[in-house]
Design a protein around this ligand. Structure first.
Ligand SMILES: [Zn+2]
Ligand SMILES: [Zn+2]
Length: 343
């Protein structure tokens, strides 16, 4: 069977790898169909492993953590049956660290992710723990592969304690930001989406954003103030990964508001600590998703499958997976979600 193997940084090759037989106890064997490429995949692909949790052997690795697949061998766990389409919840927490003991395994300090620390979906056959496998009914492969990023957003909005009727500013309109727009609108919120690319702002509108904007900091603050009648929004969600957004978000958010940081950034930013006590704001981090978030993400994606189709901008076959990665990393302005079609 064929697999796209990242042998070393920048070297992804298509190889014929041996089939390892029936599913081991507690595992399920699936046939991946579609794998979404995500910004977090670039770290391992390009050798920036310092950005990944844990000092482990990353190479060779079969990547792909946003996976749609069909069950071929359900094993003995009884979770799914052969022929079921499933999405993979890629998080395998350690079960021992403080976050795990505190019931927050999504923030585990030494979690392993399928597709990062363990082989993932860029292969014709994949064996995973039955606990990682969630049936999705008749959802199509692209949308199924999008459940994982959608679950990250579901978790972020839960962390932000979003309530119906609240106004939310979402920074960034990439796949995560757009999913945040959709999830917030579905939860009854009013959303303003901020992104420099007009094409992405258009998509945010199509997914239900009330307003879209891109402006220099002072101007943006002014228009957000107008939109919220001077109060500022109760929630700001940062998905852009730009370090400079956090101080802006802290100034923009209303008193007693929440700023949720989802975007991964390696940069630094100067904050004004006085904003915390002055406005009693919460600045909240959000990492991955819980199994419950994952189930909610299946509902979210299933309910909005028609509008989500606009996000899947490019498809590449497995044989051209390396080209898909190079293309994704060049950040073409018309690309939203790039999908590798495996089978
Ligand atoms: Zn991802
Ligand atoms: Zn842990």
């Amino acid at each position: 069977m064929l697999a796209a193997v990242t042998r070393s940084p920048g070297a992804m090759v298509i190889e014929d790898v041996p089939d390892s037989g029936p599913a081991r106890a507690g595992n399920v064997i699936v046939r991946p169909e579609a794998v979404g490429i995500c910004g977090s995949d670039f770290h391992l692909y390009s050798g920036d492993v310092a950005a990944l949790s844990g000092a482990r052997d990353f190479y060779p690795r079969i990547q792909g953590h946003e996976v749609s697949a069909v069950v071929t061998d359900p094993g003995n766990a009884g979770a799914v049956t052969a022929g079921d389409r499933i999405a993979i919840w890629p998080l395998l927490p350690c079960g021992r660290c403080y976050p795990c003991r505190a019931g927050r395994a999504n923030a585990c300090v030494s979690f392993r992710l399928i597709g990062v620390h363990l082989d993932g979906g860029l292969q014709e056959r994949l064996e995973v723990p039955a606990s990682a496998v969630f049936g999705v009914g008749d959802l199509d492969p692209d949308c199924t592969a999008f459940i994982e990023p959608a679950s990250v957003v579901v978790h972020a909005l839960a962390r932000g304690r979003l309530r119906a009727g609240e106004q939310v500013v979402v920074f960034g309109a990439g796949p995560i930001g757009l999913a945040a727009v959709l999830a917030a609108v579905r939860a009854g919120a009013r959303v303003l989406s901020v992104d420099p690319l007009a094409s992405r702002r258009d998509l945010a509108k199509r997914l239900g954003a009330e307003l879209v904007a891109w402006a220099p900091e002072a101007e943006l603050l002014e228009s957000v103030r107008d939109w919220t009648r001077g109060e500022g929004p109760p929630i700001v969600v940062e998905t852009s990964g730009e370090a400079g957004v956090l101080p802006q978000a802290m100034e923009m958010v209303s008193a007693a508001g929440r700023v949720v940081v989802v975007g991964m950034s390696s940069g630094t930013a100067a904050l004004r600590p006085g904003a915390f006590p002055e406005k009693e704001i919460d600045v909240i981090g959000s990492s991955c998703a819980t199994a419950e978030d994952f189930r909610n993400a299946i509902r979210l994606v299933s309910a909005h499958r028609a509008s989500l189709t606009a996000l899947f901008s490019h498809h590449f076959p497995l044989a051209r997976a390396a080209e898909a990665f190079e293309f994704a990393m060049s950040r073409p302005p018309d690309a939203i979600k790039i999908v590798v079609t495996v089978n």
